[in-house]
Design a binder for this molecule. Structure first.
Ligand code: NAP
Ligand code: 12T
Length: 348
């Protein structure tokens, strides 16, 4: 008899966790039971799943008893504390936070790019950062075919990446503005980064800070994109520079990406390659004003690519515009794909 799994979702009431539970309904996995775990505040709330209601339980070590797969999306410190407990109870952990991503014993996986690294897991698998994932889906086919020397990326990131409270903050600020509050006086308590000292309005603004500042003037979000790219592509020699910007969009991260390839190619060849690439939808026809847009990416699992142009000064330089739903391919869908791939490879 083939296995059927008990799956725990830690952070099931959050922006990402809600999507995980939704996607589990259609997942290509035999599922016996889904457990929804969150803070004490949410205990007793119900979440619809198939024809039943799941009752939310508190996230504790004992909650992982009998669990085969634990998908974490409750924040880094909770993953730090409870992921090892879940592993002790015999579960395989798929972690959506940044906590374990650069740990050398933890595979960092985008299933279209490096599924084989799942075989090296020791109980915990990390889901990459949302901005990194969609960039990998778009660039790995190009790297395979033409080599990649260099990536320069600027992001235009949605507020849903910062959680349910980030979405509420943008919506409240828009209401305040319509009711007459001047832009600089809008109530800001979360963005640009919950843990930082100052907060600025995101409504009608663009904030060049996502997560807190790290070394050399880069933010942690920028460091994540630079380091995770090298790990996922298993190539430390790729040059990567990132600038991460929050804009007043609810869902759908957009990225302006400049690449330098090793072998000569053309816009047409890149379009043909990406039109066939797994997980990619090519939307590239300036004559029809066809290009990826954040609002069209919502609730879609694909990574959309368009605006492919050759750099006018460098024949091996190209520009692309890459968009995806940050809560789906950027988080929930990538973790479900990891679980499905592990089932397929008989690693569970
Ligand atoms: P969110 O909307 O704020 O949701 C947070 C979730 O964690 C809620 O279910 C919340 O439960 C739970 N939680 C918070 N404190 C808890 C505690 N002390 N004990 C137990 N549960 C607790 O945030 P989100 O956007 O879904 O993101 C959650 C985490 O996922 C982030 O911190 C980040 O690490 C990660 N993430 C990753 C990506 C990615 O790029 N792959 C993208 C976005 C987020 P209550 O409802 O009970 O408070
Ligand atoms: N700060 O999983 O605020 O590393 O958009 C994802 C999204 C961290 C992460 C965000 C963040 C992560 C955000």
């Amino acid at each position: 008899m083939s296995k059927s799994y008990t799956i725990a979702v830690a952070g099931a009431t959050g922006a990402v966790g809600t999507k995980i539970v939704e996607l589990l309904e259609g997942a290509n996995l035999p599922i016996t039971k889904v457990k929804a775990l969150a803070s004490k505040r949410s205990v007793g709330k119900t979440i619809p799943f198939k024809n039943t209601e799941i009752i939310v339980e508190e996230l504790t070590a004992d909650a992982f008893s009998g669990v085969d797969i634990a998908i974490f999306s409750a924040g880094g410190s909770l993953s730090e504390k409870f992921a090892p407990e879940a592993v002790k109870h015999g579960a395989v952990v798929i972690d959506n936070t940044s906590h374990f991503r650069m740990d050398e014993n933890v595979p960092l996986v985008v299933p279209e790019v490096n599924p084989e690294s799942l075989r090296e897991h020791q109980g915990i698998i990390a889901n990459p950062n949302c901005s990194t994932i969609q960039m990998m889906v778009a660039l790995e086919p190009i790297r395979q075919a033409f080599g990649l020397e260099k990536i320069i990326v600027s992001t235009y990131q949605a507020v849903s990446g910062s959680g349910a409270r980030g979405i509420a903050e943008l919506e409240n600020q828009v209401k305040e503005y319509i009711d007459g509050t001047p832009l600089k006086e809008l109530t800001a308590e979360i963005l640009p980064a919950g843990g930082d000292k100052k907060h600025y309005p995101i409504a009608f603004n663009a904030l060049p800070q996502i997560d807190v500042f790290g070394e050399d003037g880069y933010t942690l979000e920028e460091w994540k994109m630079m380091n995770e790219t090298k790990k996922i592509m298993s190539d430390d020699s790729i040059k990567v520079a990132a600038t991460c910007v929050r804009i007043p969009v609810v869902s759908g991260h957009s990225e302006s990406i400049y690449i330098e390839v090793e072998k000569e190619t053309s816009v047409k060849e890149l379009q043909e390659l990406l039109a066939q690439a797994p997980g990619v939808v090519l939307q590239d026809d300036p004559s029809q004003q066809l290009y990826p847009q954040a609002i069209n990416s919502i609730d879609d699992k694909a990574t959309f690519v368009g605006r492919i142009r050759r750099d006018l000064d460098n024949p091996k330089g190209f520009h692309l515009w890459v968009v995806s739903d940050n809560l789906l391919k950027g988080a929930a869908w990538n973790s479900i794909q990891i679980a499905e791939k592990m089932h397929e490879l008989e690693l569970l």
